[in-house]
Design a protein around this ligand. Structure first.
Ligand SMILES: NC(=O)c1ccc[n+]([C@@H]2O[C@H](COP(=O)([O-])OP(=O)(O)OC[C@H]3O[C@@H](n4cnc5c(N)ncnc54)[C@H](OP(=O)(O)O)[C@@H]3O)[C@@H](O)[C@H]2O)c1
Length: 329
């Protein structure tokens, strides 16, 4: 069995599975549903108990896929999904109004084929809806048994505090990896003070940190990475130096680059639970085996000193949706 991490009162396998790329954003999305379902089943067979999806992935197709895969295998799996990027109330843009939270959750339950979501996240903070109202709606869903635990994604420390004061937040999801160290300065200390877990998304740097992407050549024309600053404008070539540094540690450890990237996240603490994304059975085997990869203090220190990434982690449009509010909204 895989070891577990604590996300507030929720326990999950230290390595989870991100399902997004099976239906959206990356090369091959939606092409091989049968392989995707085999990939999810294989993850469960290997002890993964944490599967991450969202209403907006597809939209809807990813939750349907996860629902199909979990048919007959729902027990013991922490199903995490997210709302707030799709509006069912006719409002433009982000929508975390109580009415939309409820409408979104009902749709998610239907698509996932379940009567409860184990971890329901607000996907992005809605500047036009006070976080207290959103979390109040989530607390109602918890009281009704439709949601077990609640989470936030890309919320600022101030918003996290305000939300947690209304109802305990189990997990904060944000980008965290060897080339995205942003949460360490202000987010992680607040999470630890409040007893909230951290779920690093894109823990493999959208695949870049595995060494598998050395140019854009193999990527589909609509692959999201083609517009990401870290992969464009000469930054991809500059960032290959980071891959070389990770490779040097991987060779010393006798592990793959993906495993080192995940083991470094696990070394940050028992309240960290990354959700690497893959559409392939063999890569689930590789990624989950990171649970057994131990880095020495010296190796962690070398990884901490990697050359910083060239390029912002998001383009301007995506950056604008990241909550930086000092007093929430
Ligand atoms: N809260 C948010 O706003 C947010 C944002 C982004 C993502 N997420 C969540 O986080 C999850 C993971 O993030 P992510 O998918 O963006 O990025 P990631 O996990 O850093 O990387 C995924 C990419 O790496 C490749 N890959 C996976 N394992 C590999 C291995 N061992 N060797 C070589 N390549 C490998 C995958 O390709 P193959 O499929 O070909 O293996 C895929 O293209 C998502 O699935 C989603 O659930 C949340």
């Amino acid at each position: 069995m895989m070891r577990t991490s604590s996300l507030g009162a929720l326990r999950v396998s230290r390595i989870g599975l991100g399902a997004m790329g099976m239906s959206a954003f990356y090369t091959g999305a939606g092409r091989g549903d049968a392989e995707s379902i085999r990939t999810i089943h294989h993850a469960l067979d290997l002890g993964v108990t944490h599967v991450d999806t969202a209403e907006v992935y597809g939209p809807y197709a990813n939750e349907e896929l996860v629902g199909r895969a979990l048919k007959g295998r729902r027990d013991g799996v922490v199903v995490a999904t997210k709302f707030g990027l799709v509006s069912h109330t006719g409002r433009p843009g982000l929508d975390s109004t109580p009415a939309n939270v409820r409408a979104a959750l009902e749709g998610s339950l239907t698509r996932l084929g379940t009567d409860h979501v184990d971890l329901l996240y607000q996907h992005r903070v809605d500047p036009d809806t006070p976080i207290e109202e959103t979390v109040g709606a989530l607390a109602d869903l918890v009281a009704e048994g439709k949601v077990r635990h609640i989470g936030l994604s890309e919320a600022s420390p101030a918003t996290i505090r305000r939300a947690h004061a209304v109802h305990p937040v189990a997990a904060l999801q944000t980008e965290y990896s060897l080339w995205t160290r942003d949460p360490e300065a202000e987010i992680l200390p607040v999470l630890r003070e409040l007893g909230i877990g951290l779920v690093p998304y894109s823990p493999l740097g959208h695949g870049f940190l595995t060494g598998g992407i050395r140019s854009l050549d193999g990527l589909d024309a609509d692959d999201w990475r083609r517009t990401n600053p870290r992969f464009t404008g000469g930054n991809l070539e500059r960032n290959l130096r980071i891959v070389d540094e990770v490779r040097a540690v991987a060779e010393e450890v006798g592990a793959t680059l993906a495993q080192v990237a995940l083991a470094w996240l696990l070394a940050q603490g028992g309240d960290v639970a990354p959700i690497p994304g893959t559409t392939r059975v063999a890569r689930v085997t590789e990624n989950t085996a990171a649970d057994g990869v131990a880095l020495t203090g010296d190796q962690v220190a070398r990884l901490n000193r990697l050359t910083p990434a060239s390029g912002e982690r998001f383009d301007e449009g995506n950056m604008a949706a990241i909550d930086r509010s000092g007093d929430g909204a």
